[in-house]
Design a protein around this ligand. Structure first.
Ligand code: ASP
Length: 328
């Protein structure tokens, strides 16, 4: 049987980390390259022909927009090669959903792209990385994984990059898509896909990052009781082009944040209201529409930031940006 040709790109994270004892589950460092991760799972050789490349080797909270652009370019170059059937990216779980959503909007191919991480370092008892990596390569080599946008593979669950979010700081079952669910499962070496995301992704987006070197600056500001305007002032001063507000409930803004947002709008920043709640939809009320705010819909603040950077790269027109939030 002809094996699929998969490119494995390493970026670091817990999956590439080791601690100094098998029972240390939180105190560890990135120590391993992607080739070492592959060597640790010889069973993968029976699934695919693999070509590895270490793009960077960092914890995912150190990932920058420049690195995202580099990763998207590399994946697009690899997938343009007719020899390559799919790409797997190893990544830290802390910001995995941001990278996965960025790629979901900027990869220009229907071939499978699977992002994989682990919650336990490679040195841990019951490390989850090896099986997650095995499942990710299995998934990336299947034609049934094509055309669903970027996929996230952890803990035997297949998720859409659009909907998945890290919801536990330490549990192995850390990722959830509360409202939309998983799109499938891998079980005993078999891929089961149950549904496909209806929102626009990959080849169906208007975002083309070829030749793009930087993106507009977008900050996320959290709302809470007794909030102040100072973060808005600082953001304006730092030259941000947009702000995502992690608002309370269904996008409600505290009195001081209303002032901060007004100031930001006056300074021509684009403001998106997302919710700090973690699930549900932020509906754009008439009042918000009139004051020029944008609703993130079902995107959480960190993903709304990714979309706002891409949208602002194309236009600062409020209606066009709201249309991006409605479609992507
Ligand atoms: N600190 C890690 C990271 O790089 C966490 C993880 O990968 O699980 O995001």
């Amino acid at each position: 049987m002809k094996l699929p040709n998969i490119v494995l790109l390493g970026t670091g994270g817990t999956i590439a980390s080791t601690a100094n004892s098998a029972t240390a589950l939180t105190d560890y460092e990135v120590t391993q390259g992607v080739e070492a991760l592959l060597d640790a799972v010889p069973e993968i050789a029976a699934l695919a022909n693999i070509r590895c490349h270490q793009l960077f080797n960092v914890e995912s909270h150190a990932i920058t927009t420049k690195m995202l652009l580099k990763l998207a370019r590399r994946i697009n170059d690899e997938l343009a090669d007719p020899y390559v059937d799919g790409v797997v990216v190893t990544h830290g779980t802390d910001t995995l959903e941001e990278t996965a959503y960025f790629l979901n909007l900027t990869v220009k191919s229907d071939k499978p792209v699977v992002i994989v991480g682990a919650m336990r370092p490679g040195s841990a008892l019951s490390a989850d990385g090896p099986l997650n990596l095995y499942n990710a390569v299995l998934l990336a080599g299947k034609t049934q994984a094509a055309g669903h946008g970027v996929l996230v593979m952890l803990n035997d669950q297949i998720a859409s990059a659009r909907f998945i979010s890290k919801c536990s700081t330490t549990q192995v079952d850390a990722f959830r898509a509360y409202d939309q669910g998983y799109i499938g499962q891998v079980h005993s070496g078999r891929v089961h896909i149950f549904q496909t995301p209806a929102l626009r992704h990959t080849t169906r987006t208007d975002f083309n990052m070829a030749g793009v070197k930087s993106l507009p600056r977008v900050d996320v500001i959290y709302d809470h009781q007794n909030a102040g305007v100072h973060f808005y002032e600082a953001s304006i001063k730092a030259g941000a082009n947009g702000i995502v507000i992690a608002a309370t409930g269904n996008g409600s803004l505290s009195p001081q944040v209303r002032k901060g947002v007004k100031l930001a709008l006056k300074n021509k920043l684009v403001c998106v209201i997302a919710s700090r709640v973690g699930s549900g939809i932020v509906s754009a009320s008439d009042a918000e529409g009139q004051t020029g705010l944008i609703s993130s819909g079902s995107l959480n603040p960190q993903k709304a930031r990714i979309l706002l950077m891409l949208a602002l790269h194309q236009s600062s027109d409020r209606e066009k940006i709201q249309a991006c939030f409605d479609q992507y």
